[in-house]
Design a protein around this ligand. Structure first.
Ligand code: SAM
Ligand code: DTB
Ligand code: SF4
Length: 322
């Protein structure tokens, strides 16, 4: 729903139960509230990243427990994609700790991997590889990529307190290349970076100005990691997470709103409230990229208690475009 910044702010600050109730009505009007999209993440290239994102355990600027590893080989990634499909996931998202994609053998291998996963069918494929130029976005599209994750993370104003090695405009430029290539944009943020409510409202306002709007919006709660500058950040209050999810649902009625990092710190009841507020996607499996996540048994128990069923893959996702 198109709204100016002050309307978004009024919505965000409205009484929480009103906000959740309204978000739930929007959700029911546009989506099947009993369905949840199940996504699986795989870190295909871990650690040693030249960027200095203050939240990230994979940055080479900080000493964390993460050890740098080279790009995984094709068979390892294909096996992980098959496992993801067999576990009931319909989206497979590969993450690389790169500042930007460089043309060469590593990118070529990834393009081949994307085509091979698409050729097997049944999975939407997403990547998050850092910055892209327009040619690289076109090559990803040609390989069959469905979605590209590139988060704005926070407001333009707060961004430079969190990352000094790239700008907000760098981020927006890559999102433009992804849109121009006809790849769905997955773009969201992180709560718990020391941002204000105004920063969160600014992020939502920026997201709402993307044209087309993001196909999916991950809402992450910071996973504080020892060794990063944000290791001692206090946990995100559940009320803040709910407020963010509900406002996002109202602004983006048909997007997948993904309850992303931080789920391990939430009780099942808190997660249920997030679904009521309009979240309809999550990352499944006991690992995100490098940090732990609820295991499949816990999620199956949650789905069964709440009557949630995994959302089928987008029908076009079973077809390879090559
Ligand atoms: N290097 C690429 C990039 O930054 O665009 C892709 C991988 S990066 C790890 C993907 C996203 O993970 C980041 O944009 C950030 O939103 C999220 N993330 C990283 N560390 C996190 C943490 N400790 N807690 C929550 N989210 C995190
Ligand atoms: C997103 O917004 N969250 C995911 C996915 N997109 C790539 C990543 C979360 C990473 C959490 C920290 C880690 O496991 O390293
Ligand atoms: Fe690198 Fe991405 Fe981590 Fe930033 S979030 S340090 S770009 S892997």
């Amino acid at each position: 729903m198109a709204m100016n910044r002050s309307a978004i702010a009024a919505l965000y600050h409205s009484p929480l139960l009103d906000l959740i109730g309204r978000a739930h009505l929007v959700h029911r009007a546009h989506n099947d509230p009993s369905q949840i999209q199940v996504c699986v993440l795989l870190s295909v290239k871990t650690g040693g990243c030249p960027e200095d994102c203050a939240y990230c355990p994979q940055s080479a600027h900080y000493r964390t427990a993460v050890e740098a590893e080279p790009l995984l080989d094709r068979d390892t990634v294909l096996a992980a994609a098959r496992n993801a499909r067999a576990s009931g996931a319909t989206r497979f998202c590969m993450g690389a700790a790169w500042r930007e994609v460089k043309n060469g053998p590593a990118f070529d291998r990834l393009l081949e991997i994307i085509s091979a996963i698409k050729a097997e069918g049944g999975l939407e494929v997403c990547c998050t590889l850092g910055m892209l130029d327009s040619d690289q976005a076109q090559r990803l599209k040609h390989a069959g990529l469905d979605a590209y994750n590139h988060n704005l993370d926070t407001s333009r104003n707060h961004y430079s307190s969190i990352i000094s090695t790239r700008t907000y405009d760098d981020r927006l430029r890559t999102l433009g290349h992804v849109q121009d290539a006809g790849i769905a944009v997955c773009c969201g943020g992180i709560l718990g970076l020391g941002e204000t409510h105004d920063d969160r409202i600014d992020l939502l306002h920026t997201l709402s100005q993307l044209n087309p709007p993001p196909e999916s919006i991950p809402i992450n709660a910071l996973v504080p990691v020892a060794g990063t500058p944000l290791a001692d950040q206090p946990p995100v209050p559940i009320w803040d997470l709910l407020r963010m999810i509900a406002t996002t649902r109202i602004l983006f009625p048909t997007a997948k709103v993904r309850l992303s990092a931080g789920r391990l710190s939430l009780s099942q009841t808190e997660q249920a409230l997030c679904f009521l507020a309009g979240a309809n996607s999550l990352f499944a499996g006991d690992k995100l990229l490098t940090t732990p996540n609820p295991d499949l048994d816990a999620d199956h128990a949650l789905f069964s208690a709440l009557g949630l069923t995994p959302r089928p893959a987008d029908p076009t996702a079973s077809l390879s475009s090559v």
